[in-house]
Design a protein around this ligand. Structure first.
Ligand code: NAI
Length: 328
C-alpha cells in the first residue's frame, strides 16, 4: 500500500541513530516499495543536532522516505506510530551506581511506555535497543497496559549476529551456513550464546567445533564481551552494528524469520524453559506476520541450564530493583 508506515525512533541524534535513520529511510527495514514516515524523538538540547541529521536525510533524496517529524514530546512523536525503536537511553556515567542508572532510565521508559499506550497505532511493535535493554523494555511494557505484552521486545540480535560471525570465522565457513543460533537471557555479560542447538551446514555446531574448551573459554566470553572490546578499540561503543541489528530484528519480526531457521529476541517469558513468566529474556523465536513464537522442545543439558539460570537470575534482580523503585 502507499500509506507510509510510521516508524518512531528515540535517541535519534545519537550515534546509533546516525546509522539507523539512513538505513530505515533507504528501505532496509520495510523494502523498496513501502514508504516510511520517520518520527524522531530527542531531548530538547539535542534537537538542533537532530535538525542537522534531518537536513542530511533530505539531501539523500531517498525515494522511500515520505516525511520526517522531530520533537521532544513522546505524546506527539509516538502518535500513530506503527513501529517504535527505542534507542535513546541514559548511559552509565562515572560514579553512577546501578540503582541510579535504573532510576534514570526508569523515568524515560515509564513516560515512553505511557505515551505509546495512549498514542501509538493499534498494530504497534516496539523494539528496545537502549540499555539496560531487557529491563527498559519491561518498564515500558508495564506502563502500557493497553498494548499486548507480546508487542514489546529488547534487542539481543546484535549478540546473535556476533555469535554467528565468531562461529563462521572459527570454522572458515560463510555466515549463511549458520542457522539456529540462540542467545539466552539478558543483553549483558551474563548472556548465553548457545552452540548446542545451532547448526553449521545442517550439522550440529558444537559437534562441528568439537572443542568444549573453545566454546567455554573463547566463544562465549568473546561474544559476551564484544561490546567492551569495541569500546576499547574504537573509543566509542558499537553503533553501526547495533543499528544493523536493530533493523534485522524489526524487519524479521514484521516480515517473518526464514524457513528452517530461528532468531534471538528478548520477549516477555510465558514460562518456557523455566524462565519466570513476565521477565523479558532472550529466547530462540520464529516470527510470522508480526507475531513471534518461542521455539519449543529444545533439550537443555546441565551446562546450558547453568548458563541460562545465571543470566535469568540477573534479570530477576533487575526486575526486583525496578519494582522496588516503583517503576513497574
Ligand atoms: P548516544 O549517547 O550516542 O545516543 C543516545 C541518544 O539518546 C542521545 O542523543 C540522547 O540525547 C538521547 N536520549 C536520551 N534520553 C532521551 C529521551 N528521554 N528521549 C529521547 N532521546 C533521548 O548512544 P548510542 O551509542 O546511540 O546508544 C544508544 C543506546 O543503545 C545506549 O543505551 C547503548 O547502551 C545502547 N546499545 C544497545 C545495544 C544492544 O545490543 N542492545 C548495542 C549498542 C548500544
Amino acid at each position: 500500500s502507499n500509506t507510509p508506515v510510521k516508524v518512531a525512533v528515540t535517541g535519534a541524534a545519537g550515534q546509533i541513530g546516525y546509522s539507523l535513520l539512513f538505513r530505515i529511510a533507504s528501505g532496509a527495514l520495510l523494502g523498496p516499495d513501502t514508504p516510511v514516515q520517520l518520527q524522531l524523538l530527542e531531548i530538547e538540547p539535542a534537537l538542533k543536532s537532530l535538525e542537522g541529521v534531518v537536513m542530511e536525510l533530505d539531501d539523500c533524496a531517498f525515494p522511500t522516505l515520505a516525511g520526517v517529524e522531530i520533537g521532544s514530546d513522546p505524546n506527539v512523536i509516538f502518535d500513530g506510530a506503527n513501529i517504535a525503536l527505542l534507542v535513546g537511553a541514559r548511559p552509565r556515567t562515572k560514579g553512577m551506581e546501578r540503582g541510579d542508572l535504573l532510576s534514570a532510565n526508569g523515568a524515560i521508559f515509564t513516560g515512553q511506555g505511557k505515551a505509546l499506550n495512549d498514542h501509538a497505532a493499534d498494530d504497534i511493535r516496539i523494539g528496545v535497543t537502549g540499555n539496560p535493554a531487557n529491563t527498559n523494555a519491561l518498564i515500558a511494557m508495564s506502563n502500557a497496559p493497553d498494548i499486548p505484552s507480546e508487542r514489546f521486545s529488547a534487542l539481543t540480535r546484535l549478540d546473535h549476529n556476533r555469535a554467528i560471525s565468531q562461529l563462521a570465522a572459527k570454522l572458515g565457513v560463510p555466515v549463511t551456513e549458520i542457522k539456529k543460533m540462540t542467545i539466552w537471557g539478558n543483553h549483558s555479560a551474563t548472556q548465553y550464546p548457545d552452540l548446542f542447538h545451532a547448526e553449521v551446514s545442517g550439522k550440529n555446531a558444537a559437534e562441528a567445533v568439537g572443542d568444549q574448551a573453545w566454546i567455554e573459554n573463547d566463544f562465549i566470553p568473546t561474544v559476551a564481551k564484544r561490546g567492551a572490546a569495541i569500546i576499547e578499540a574504537r573509543g566509542a561503543s558499537s553503533a553501526a552494528s547495533a543499528a544493523s541489528a536493530t533493523i534485522d530484528a524489526a524487519r524479521d519480526w514484521i516480515k517473518g524469520s526464514a524457513e528452517g531457521d530461528w532468531i534471538s529476541m528478548a520477549v516477555a517469558s510465558d514460562g518456557s524453559y523455566g524462565v519466570p513468566e513476565g521477565i523479558i529474556s532472550s529466547f530462540p523465536v520464529t516470527t510470522k506476520n508480526g507475531d513471534w513464537e518461542i521455539v519449543q522442545g529444545l533439550e537443555i543439558d546441565d551446562f546450558s541450564r547453568g548458563k541460562i539460570d545465571a543470566s535469568v537470575k540477573e534479570l530477576e534482580e533487575e526486575r526486583d530493583a525496578v519494582k522496588e523503585l516503583g517503576l513497574i
